[in-house]
Design a protein around this ligand. Sequence first.
Ligand code: 2AM
Ligand code: CA
Length: 261
Amino acid sequence: MADYKANLTVMTTAARIAAKGLRRDFGEVENLLVSVKGVGDFVSKADTKAEQVIRETLMHARPAYGWLGEESEPVEGSDPRRRWIVDPLDGTTNFLHGLPHWAISIAMEHKGEIVAGVVFDPIKDELFTAEKGGGAWVNGKRLRVSNRKDLSECLFATGVPFGEKKTLGLTTKDLVSLMPTCAGVRRFGSAALDLAYVAAGRYDGYWERELSSWDMAAGLLLVREAGGYLSDISGGTDILESGSVIAANPAIFEKFSKTLS
Ligand code: 2AM
Ligand code: CA
């Protein structure tokens, strides 16, 4: 019989192996930033390499599971109820610009529900983990969402749509209604870390549209297990399907949601 390690152990191992390569590549980005050739191709290779090593590690440990990753074709497993949902490098644009704010995100889905999640920020050495019913943790310390109750004290995060995304107008409207009521809004460029920071009580709430499942899957479980509330942008429960998310501490969730368009 195969050596059966807990899913979180397998996921953490995969994240740490990928982190080694990404950390090395991120060091190289500094040199490339000033080179004629630029950083673009190099970073997209770093991205693909990281996904490959995560995929090999996870598929080796759980050969029957399916796969959904940002950089490769999806795979239906021989066990159709279980699959990995992986973003090997969330915050690619930050990485590309030498900004030290990006993460590896690995989630495990069982019967359509996320049951384990790992978000690893190798630069700050913060390993966020959660298992359904087992709480959310960072480097072994229990996480809890914030308990701020007045919007005026709350710090929020979002992602402002760029490029061809269609919801810039909506997000702009959100900012117009929210900014005067709160302590501030941050836009750091990694959805996985934004969710992890809500779980850690650093942000009181976060919202974004037009995301992919791999950006959010692990982070959603972190928030839930840290006691936060979640919905899609229209107040429903289809977060992964809709690609939109609202996450916040329970005390402000309703007020915060109502402020958004
Ligand atoms: P990435 O760095 O892995 O691309 C920032 O607002 C968030 O949006 C990041 O988590 C980023 O993930 C994600 N993102 C970037 N481009 C995207 C796209 N075309 N579709 C969905 N999410 C995207
Ligand atoms: Ca991503």
